[in-house]
Design a protein around this ligand. Structure first.
Ligand SMILES: [Zn+2]
Ligand SMILES: [Zn+2]
Length: 318
């Protein structure tokens, strides 16, 4: 499997010449322009936000984009995810991540480190949008969306009652689907399946399995150790999984150790998940470090799992 490559590094070198950066940014915020993408054909994973609720200068809130056949599909939209998408378009030339081209958002659960940019994705330049957002997620998504409309009420009233040109007065509204386990989406050669995961008191919380003609990908969302996730992930090309450092967690109070054990997957348990599921690539994401370094967390996994594993940073492409 040679699909994994350090694209940001390669593109960073190219951008250094200046010409790629200018060419790549020319289409930003112009969804009617001919799509120009720096990505080769096939399905790609762009890590928009690898963070957690713990503020981190180098990590946006949780968000993973799957780019396939001219479209990008978002899985979670944590704070800062839209800024990372703009960077991916303007600096890396991934035109599919132009915010105005995005039409599909899937939410794993409604913890705010996974949702805070929802209004950004629906609201950015909404008066220039011709393709309103659609969203899929757990029960509660419709109520959350209504709350967003309330937040945007004055903006919508002002922009639609004055002289400002507005392409479609309803373009800020989102087509919401509250999902149940099973196939939740199929179009444009991509299938999205939702499955329940255990995440403490968050019920329901979902993981997603994405299938295209060239790749199978599982995104864990936030989850404790899950037999269902192991079943869904058996032999997939890429498993993007959350994790908490075992060493870091042991420094916490008993309350927080218990809380995290029922809500998240420790490095030791994730190694077991990976040994049993055998993904071709394991991507560590949404890492709760608790003072441990990325290298240390990676070695916690590697001492107990001999497969291919990386720890994701924002804007990594797999
Ligand atoms: Zn989270
Ligand atoms: Zn969560």
């Amino acid at each position: 499997m040679t699909r994994t490559f350090a694209l940001p590094v390669l593109l960073g070198l190219l951008i250094g010449t200046g010409s790629v950066a200018r060419a790549a940014s020319s289409n930003l915020l112009d969804p009617d322009a001919v799509l120009k993408s720096s990505l080769p054909a096939g399905t790609h994973i762009v890590m928009l936000g690898t963070g957690t609720p713990v503020p981190d200068a180098s990590r946006a809130g949780a968000s993973v984009a799957i780019v396939h056949n001219g479209q990008a599909y978002l899985f979670d939209v944590g704070a800062g995810s839209i800024q990372r998408a703009i960077e991916a378009d303007s600096r890396l030339g991934i035109d599919e991540l132009d915010p105005l081209r995005i039409g599909h958002v899937f939410l794993t659960h409604l913890h705010n480190d996974h949702t805070l940019d929802y209004a950004e994705w629906a609201g950015t330049l909404w008066w220039r949008r011709s393709n309103p957002l659609k969203s899929w997620g757990p029960e509660g998504l419709a109520a959350m969306t209504d709350g967003m409309y309330a937040m945007m009420g004055e903006d919508v009233r002002i922009r639609t009652s004055g002289s400002q040109p507005v392409l479609s007065p309803d373009a800020y509204r989102v087509g919401v689907t509250e999902i149940r386990p099973g196939k939740v989406f199929a179009d444009n050669g991509i299938e999205v399946h939702a499955f329940p995961v255990p995440h403490g008191e968050v019920k329901p919380a979902y993981g997603y399995k994405i299938i295209t003609s060239d790749r199978s990908i599982v995104i864990s969302g936030d989850t404790a150790f899950s037999e269902e996730l192991i079943r869904q992930s058996a032999g997939v090309d890429v498993l993007v999984h959350e994790v908490i450092s075992d060493v870091g967690m042991r420094k916490l109070s008993e309350f927080w150790q218990n809380y995290h054990s029922s809500s998240h997957t420790t490095t030791r348990r994730l190694a077991e998940v990976a040994r049993r599921a055998r993904p071709k690539l394991l991507v560590l994401n949404h890492v709760l470090f608790y003072g441990e370094t990325p290298d240390a967390v990676l070695s916690e996994i590697k001492t107990e799992y001999d497969g291919k594993v990386v720890l994701a940073s924002d804007l990594d492409v797999f």
